[in-house]
Design a binder for this molecule. Structure first.
Ligand SMILES: Cc1cc2nc3c(=O)[nH]c(=O)nc-3n(C[C@H](O)[C@H](O)[C@H](O)COP(=O)(O)OP(=O)(O)OC[C@H]3O[C@@H](n4cnc5c(N)ncnc54)[C@H](O)[C@@H]3O)c2cc1C
Ligand SMILES: NC(=O)c1ccc[n+]([C@@H]2O[C@H](COP(=O)([O-])OP(=O)(O)OC[C@H]3O[C@@H](n4cnc5c(N)ncnc54)[C@H](O)[C@@H]3O)[C@@H](O)[C@H]2O)c1
Length: 515
């Protein structure tokens, strides 16, 4: 069955969804006081994937729902994030594959003539997809009877929302804040949107620079290095931490360095801050990046490049949200919440009727996490106690090949094991021994399973290899349901498929061979 989120993204939205009897949700319902009937059971401020997921789930729970979309249904993910970036990765990935004549020849495929691409055509593919998905999301809301206010929302009180510029305030039993995030640009970095830019502009693919410096080797930097090198750019990474890809599992980051960085037109500086970045003029003057040592702050080097992409993280979008009116003190801009997604005031107390999900609470900056938190918040406001297990939320970086993970890194798991007093086991499956991967000529990569030696429960899985993003789901399900290695290795995996890489790892964890 499609999830509500993916159904809406694909356009198969749910006018025939079964509506449960109207729930009596939250504060107004519980209060014994007589008060004016609120306009809505739930008002959601911000309609990215988090707000949208919450709205659809609330309708299925029988709530009367409104969203303040601020003219941007779909938010970052649909308009400036996941969706257009995956379109660019898909198109540029094809270019990379078709230009790899050695790889093609190994399968007996011969291409006469050079493989080229139409930059505007690739850009249109991304933009058109974003528009289509945005339309699907909007359609799903109206089909389900959700009221969409185009205005931005601002808190006049915990459950009072001012529609900015409309001179109107609406009352709700519950309010979910879901206003997401925007790119973080460090001090000293000047952007002009043309030669120095963030993902917001890069996704438009207005040009393909010969040489681009990418500041930050996190998700966005890595994915765009994949796009740009496939389209012919040379890339220089500038990373503040001592190692590239600092937030990935160390072994996986080392393999990623071998597979995704070293064989490509990429070089890198680590342990340096981009302290001063100045835009250039295309064809006339280069952009410059001054780098300083991360520890000593001494000048290391200044490079001149055609373009600079700033991928240094994202900051919460809480501007104009009226948080000061509800006694919320943000933590670096993030709204503090408890594990049920209830917003907390500056003394750490739950604010009755006010919830916060997605990038704005900073718990896990991923689209499906935002949506899952929205569903969790709705469950809680309807009186069905729910706590989302963030350890079972998978993530993926859509490079070629992909990197995917669920649960803590090996380093974090080791710390956890020591603290909680259990012994950690590690087992590995390899793509190079997998028939399907070899048939595709894609034998690079591993799947690493981290488990508890006392219970054989899966703690985390990290994969680098072809279609890792799809493979990780089985592992996320295992963590969510506490499935053991014994149970997983008795589950039959289709032959020949990439899933057998996991089968091999599960069996290896029990000291058995998969073959
Ligand atoms: C380039 C890029 C690629 C990404 N790729 C992936 C990926 O592949 N997979 C993945 O899981 N995640 C990915 N992400 C992260 C993902 O986009 C975010 O985690 C996700 O969009 C967060 O959803 P959200 O609903 O919390 O916020 P958002 O999607 O940011 O939506 C918030 C919305 O609220 C609006 N808003 C702000 N203030 C107000 C207000 N006062 N009133 C009304 N509306 C307001 C904003 O304009 C926006 O439309 C990517 C991000 C980027 C930048
Ligand atoms: N496939 C996906 O799921 C996906 C894709 C893209 C983005 N995202 C989300 O978007 C968020 C933002 O991504 P991101 O890549 O911008 O951030 P990130 O937090 O993943 O990585 C930022 C990197 O920039 C480095 N850095 C910061 N300041 C620097 C400076 N002045 N000089 C040099 N290096 C510096 C950091 O050390 C870090 O390695 C992520 O948290 C992720 O959750 C997810």
């Amino acid at each position: 069955m499609l999830s509500a989120f993916s159904a809406a993204l694909s356009g198969a939205y749910l006018p025939s969804v079964h509506l449960a009897p109207r729930a009596t949700a939250g504060r107004g319902a519980l209060s014994g006081l007589r008060m004016a009937e609120p306009d809505f059971d739930l008002v959601i401020v911000g309609c990215g994937v988090g707000g949208h997921g919450a709205a659809l789930h609330a309708v299925s729970r029988g709530l009367k729902v409104a969203v303040c979309a601020g003219e941007d249904v779909g938010g970052t993910c649909v308009n400036r994030g996941c969706v257009p970036s995956k379109a660019l990765l898909a198109a540029s990935g094809r270019v990379r594959d078709m230009q790899n004549d050695k790889h093609l020849a190994a399968m007996g495929v011969k291409l006469e003539g050079a493989v080229t691409y139409d930059r505007q055509g690739v850009a249109d593919h991304a933009n058109n997809l974003a528009s289509r998905v945005q339309g699907n999301l909007r359609g799903s809301l109206t089909a389900l009877g959700v009221t969409v206010f185009e205005e931005k929302g601002s808190l006049a009180g915990p459950t009072s929302i001012e529609l900015v510029g409309a001179g109107k305030t609406i009352e709700a039993k519950n309010v979910i804040l879901a206003t997401g995030s925007v790119p973080f640009v460090p001090p000293g970095v000047e952007t002009d949107g043309k030669t120095v830019f963030t993902s917001d502009e890069a996704l438009k693919l207005e040009w393909v620079p010969d040489w681009i410096a990418i500041i930050g080797s996190g998700y966005i930097g890595l994915e765009f290095s994949d796009v740009y090198t496939a389209l012919g750019s040379e890339v220089t990474f500038i990373e503040a931490m001592p190692k590239m890809m600092p937030f990935f599992d160390r072994q996986i980051a080392q393999l990623a360095d071998r597979i995704l960085i070293r064989p490509r037109a990429i070089d890198s500086y680590t342990n340096v801050f981009a302290s001063e970045v100045t835009p250039g003029i295309p064809g006339e003057r280069p952009a410059t990046v001054k780098m300083i040592d991360a520890n000593t702050k001494e000048h290391v080097e200044t490079i001149e490049v055609d373009a600079v992409m700033v991928c240094t993280g994202r900051k919460p979008f809480s501007e104009g949200l009226g948080l000061e009116n509800v006694n919320v003190e943000t933590n670096r801009g993030f709204v503090p919440v408890d594990d049920k997604m209830r917003a907390l005031d500056k003394d750490g107390n739950v604010i009755d009727g006010l919830w916060c999900i997605g990038d704005l609470n900073g718990k896990m900056m991923l689209a499906h996490a935002a949506s899952a938190q929205g569903i969790s918040a709705v469950e809680n406001m309807c009186g069905h106690e729910h706590v989302l297990n963030h350890d079972a939320v998978p993530a993926a970086c859509f490079t070629h090949p992909e990197i995917a993970m669920v649960g803590p890194t090996e380093e974090q798991a080791k710390e956890r094991a020591e603290k909680e007093g259990w012994e950690m086991g590690i087992a590995q499956g390899n793509f190079k021994a997998n028939s399907k991967a070899l048939a595709e000529g894609e034998g690079e990569g591993i799947a690493k399973v981290i488990f508890r030696k006392d219970t054989f429960e899966v703690v985390a899985v990290h994969i680098i290899g072809i279609h890792a993003a799809d493979l990780i789901q089985e592992c996320a399900n295992a963590i969510q349901h506490g499935t053991t290695l014994q149970e997983l290795s008795m589950t039959v995996h289709t032959h020949p498929t990439l899933c057998e890489v996991l089968d091999e790892a599960f069996k290896a964890g029990l000291g058995r061979s998969a073959h």
